[in-house]
Write a protein that binds this ligand. Structure first.
Ligand SMILES: *Cc1c(COP(=O)(O)O)cnc(C)c1O
Length: 398
């Protein structure tokens, strides 16, 4: 095969190949430059990394295990291994970058984290990181989401976060992003914008990838130790792409390892029925960076949909667009029903209830296992499914 040299870091303008960059007001460019410089200095410092590693290990519970799913492996005649990010404190991989972002904010002398949230998963992880690091926390959330996601709203309040209701437009995530960004524009001297995935203008995709790369580093070592070899393929679900880029980063230079990103096909391939930006998007700019964006013929961004609310973003991290373009990673899709079936199958076979987001990666792994193409595979179980139980039972009881 041979992929040639893969650019791990973005270029000086923040691009990975044709994707990424920084499409923001000039006054923010200066601040983002400061964030980039502080970040690049911090990660070279023993003190910063020691503090981060201490939180990851003793607070978040890392390393998360790699588990050999023996019942599924026997059923599919394929070695199926799961990276158990669901076992992290707060139940998903999001705590990895949230802790990193909080430490970075402290290092920059900021007193507050600003973030938006849709279903509330990102909000809970950021509120948690703010609590442990002693930062204030403003979470912007659409009024409709506040009603829909009551348990997460209550969690964030208990954790000490300030919930700012957003009443504009559809009163959901899209408007919450705009509101939090506008607040950040006014407060950036004292606050840090805590992004929720490997998206956004430079330097955020680079920062999130670094903080999530712990998944891939651990997984590669754990897999080698257990299986005595590398996996033949690795699989992760892709919303904005943070859990995926974290896993992929550990294996990107291993040419023998095939890499798959799994996007939500939702109800269908029609516009508005899915959130598969890598598969159906076109080059465009969203929230300050260039990537594959779901859009209509006139370039208007279309609504994203998935049964897994953590996957329904109409853009995707720029590094993923680059990795697709150079042919290193294949991005494919799984629909709602396949994800729900995998949710039940993993629960019943292994006693592990996966998040609906992670269920997309599981479903794809099982599909690949059936082809007989691979002897051993590693699937990133990005989060646990407790948050989804009520919804799944109400819609898909089986
Ligand atoms: C938020 C979330 C995702 C999607 O986000 P990425 O940035 O694409 O990783 C996936 N799985 C779980 C459990 C999540 O909470």
């Amino acid at each position: 095969m041979g992929f040639g040299k893969i650019n791990i870091m973005p270029d000086s303008e923040g691009f990975y190949g044709n994707y990424g960059g920084q499409f923001v007001p000039n006054e923010l460019k200066k601040e983002f430059q400061k964030i980039a410089e502080t970040f690049l200095n911090c990660i070279k410092e023993k003190e910063f990394n020691d503090e981060l590693n201490d939180l990851l290990e003793n607070y978040a519970g890392r390393p998360s295990p790699v588990y050999y799913a023996k019942n599924l492996s026997a059923k599919y005649n394929c070695g199926i291994y799961l990276k158990r990010e669901d076992l992290n404190h707060t139940g998903a991989h999001k705590i990895n970058h949230s802790l990193g972002e909080a430490l970075l904010a402290k290092r920059m002398g900021k007193s507050k984290l600003i973030a938006e949230t849709g279903a509330g998963q990102h909000g809970v992880a950021i509120a948690t990181a703010a609590a442990i690091t002693g930062l204030e926390c403003d979470i912007y959330m659409g009024e409709i989401d506040i009603v829909k996601e009551k348990p997460n709203v209550e969690r964030m309040k208990i954790l000490g976060a300030n919930i700012v209701p957003v009443s504009d437009g559809t009163k959901t995530l899209k408007e919450a992003v705009d509101a939090s960004f506008n607040a950040y524009l006014k407060e950036y001297n004292t606050a840090m914008y805590a992004i929720g995935s490997a998206v956004g203008p430079y330097p955020f995709p680079m920062i999130i990838e670094y903080f999530q790369s712990v998944i891939g580093r651990e997984a590669r070592e754990q897999f080698l130790k257990q299986a005595g070899k590398l996996p033949d393929c690795i699989i992760a679900c892709v919303g904005g792409g943070s859990n995926a880029i974290g896993l992929f980063s550990g294996f990107i230079e291993d040419e023998s390892v095939d890499i798959y990103g799994v996007e939500p096909l939702g109800r269908s391939s029609a516009a508005g029925d899915n959130a598969a930006s890598m598969n159906f998007g076109k080059d465009g700019i969203i929230h300050g960076f260039k990537c594959k964006v779901l859009q209509d013929a006139d370039g208007k961004i279309t609504n994203a949909y998935s049964v897994a609310s953590g996957l329904d973003y109409p853009g995707v991290g720029p590094k993923h667009c680059y990795l697709a373009e150079i042919g290193r990673v294949k991005y494919d899709v799984i629909d709602d029903n396949e994800a729900i079936n995998a949710f039940y199958e993993l629960s019943k076979a292994e006693g592990i209830i996966p998040a609906l987001e992670s269920s997309h990666a599981v479903a794809y792994g099982l599909k690949l296992a059936k082809t007989g193409k691979y002897k051993d595979m590693l699937i990133n179980l990005s989060g646990r499914g407790d948050k989804d139980i009520e919804f799944v039972l109400s819609k898909f009881n089986c």
